[in-house]
Design a protein around this ligand. Structure first.
Ligand code: BJ8
Length: 427
């Protein structure tokens, strides 16, 4: 399908955007379709990713014609439920491609993480339809880099900021609940729709259903059969940030059905000796498949991601028993505050999660992979590796960016790590 007219109408730099699109088929072939023995249900995500700037943006264009508003977000502390309750549409906006980094570097310090530079660059270079479609961008006070980047984005687009606390004391959760309330009023203003308790309840159920469906897929990843590769699983998770939540739940459930069947039949996506790896660290936004690709072509299989593009996205449900708006806001605040981002202090919950996942997913080793210039996660790598050492679980800490410059070096380090895991298992 040709989407050039739509991209033009969205005010995009179509010529530059064509360059970005031209590399996508090779990347998809290398990372996804060349894998053997994939679950058939992955056909849905193959289709979506092959036209990632076409299919879903076209749906959003149609929805906007019907009067619906699109809200772009950058962080898991922005509750989708509020937007959905007002008949709005949420789309993730985090940039995962090196293609956008140079445009971001024109306005940001070079020593800013690639995710922020790519996100700002995607907007300023006019080469991402999602950044053109969003009627409102919603930022949050998580890391310093993002906070300052939002000021730059605000010069170009309507921007709303949620004040996310940095601690999890009762007064912090109460403050965050107030922030969600203010956010609801803002969304009502933007959409022109009142958020009633009934609508909010419906939205909570919709998002919980998506969480449950994704959790089923991750549950299947716990099996030693390894019915799905980490590459396929991460694609599912990444697309969840863009897709319609009801369709997303349907597709994830379909995939989970197939994975459960594959487990029963012993059909694996891994080679017999592949080492089971837990990936933790900074989020991996589309099309950042770098570590997944390196690990899974070096004798490993990623069985879980402890990150926002991973377990944090679907773990913990929002209480569906709340009746009034106030009770629902409380339920939302309680659920979202269970996320363990490194912007919180202290953040021992993340360590507990990592140790728990190591057991649940029967992990051989952990790779803690963080984007260069992310001080939060870079600093936390010390407590991550110390806790894993105490638990006797090997850990490899990696710092990288969106370029391929270090790919060979990473391949060597990951290869050596997996060899070490292999010799350990033969002892
Ligand atoms: S809840 S992880 S999505 S803030 S890598 S931009 S932290 S300098 S992404 Fe995040 Fe929300 Fe936390 Fe999740 Fe800053 Fe670090 Fe860059 Fe990061």
């Amino acid at each position: 399908m040709d989407y050039h007219k739509m991209w033009q109408d969205l005010g995009m730099d179509v010529e530059t955007h064509d360059t970005l699109c031209s590399v996508l088929p090779t990347a998809i072939g290398d990372v996804f379709t060349s894998q053997e023995n994939r679950p058939k249900a992955m056909a849905f995500w193959d289709m979506v990713i092959s036209e990632v700037h076409g299919i879903r943006p076209a749906e959003l264009v149609e929805a906007k014609k019907q009067g619906r508003k699109v809200v772009g977000t950058f962080c898991l502390y922005v509750p989708d439920e509020i937007v959905i309750a007002a008949n709005g549409i949420v789309t993730g906006l985090c940039g995962g491609s090196q293609f956008w980094v140079p445009s971001g570097e024109e306005v940001l310090p070079k020593n800013t993480c690639s995710l922020i530079k790519a996100s700002v660059g995607a907007r300023l270079s006019r080469t991402c339809p999602f950044f053109r479609l969003a009627d409102l961008y919603v930022g949050e006070t998580t890391c310093d880099g993002k906070k300052k980047a939002y000021e730059i984005l605000a010069e170009d687009v309507p921007m709303y900021i949620i004040d996310v606390p940095q601690m999890k004391r009762p007064q912090d959760i109460a403050h965050y609940k107030d922030e969600i309330r203010l956010f609801a009023r803002k969304i009502e203003e933007i959409t022109g729709n009142k958020i009633t308790p009934e609508k909010l309840h419906e939205a909570i159920v919709i998002c919980n259903n998506r969480r449950k469906a994704m959790a089923r897929v991750y549950e299947a990843r716990k099996s030693t059969v390894a019915p799905i590769s980490g590459r396929d699983a991460i694609l599912m998770t990444q697309i969840a940030f863009f897709d319609d939540p009801v369709r997303c739940a349907e597709q994830c459930n379909k995939l989970a059905d197939e994975l459960e069947d594959r487990i029963a039949k012993g059909i694996s996506s891994a080679k017999p000796n592949d080492k089971r790896i837990l990936l933790t660290g900074t989020p991996v936004a589309v099309p950042n498949w770098k570590m997944h690709q390196i690990v899974e072509t070096s004798g490993g299989i990623i069985v879980c991601e402890e990150m926002c593009t991973g377990s944090r996205y679907f773990e913990h449900l929002v209480d569906e028993n709340a009746k009034t708006e106030d009770e629902m806001l409380e339920a939302l605040a309680q659920r979202y505050m269970k996320n363990n981002c490194a912007c919180f202090t202290p953040n021992g919950g993340r360590i507990d999660d990592i140790l728990r996942y190591c057991e649940e997913y029967k992990v051989d080793g952990v790779i803690d992979c963080n984007l260069q210039f992310c001080n939060l996660y870079d600093t936390e790598k010390r407590s991550v590796s110390r806790a894993l050492k105490e638990a006797g679980i090997p850990c490899l800490s990696i710092e990288t960016d969106y370029t391929d410059n270090d790919a060979e070096q990473l391949r060597t380090r990951v290869g050596a790590f997996i060899e070490m895991l292999d010799s350990r298992s033969q002892r």
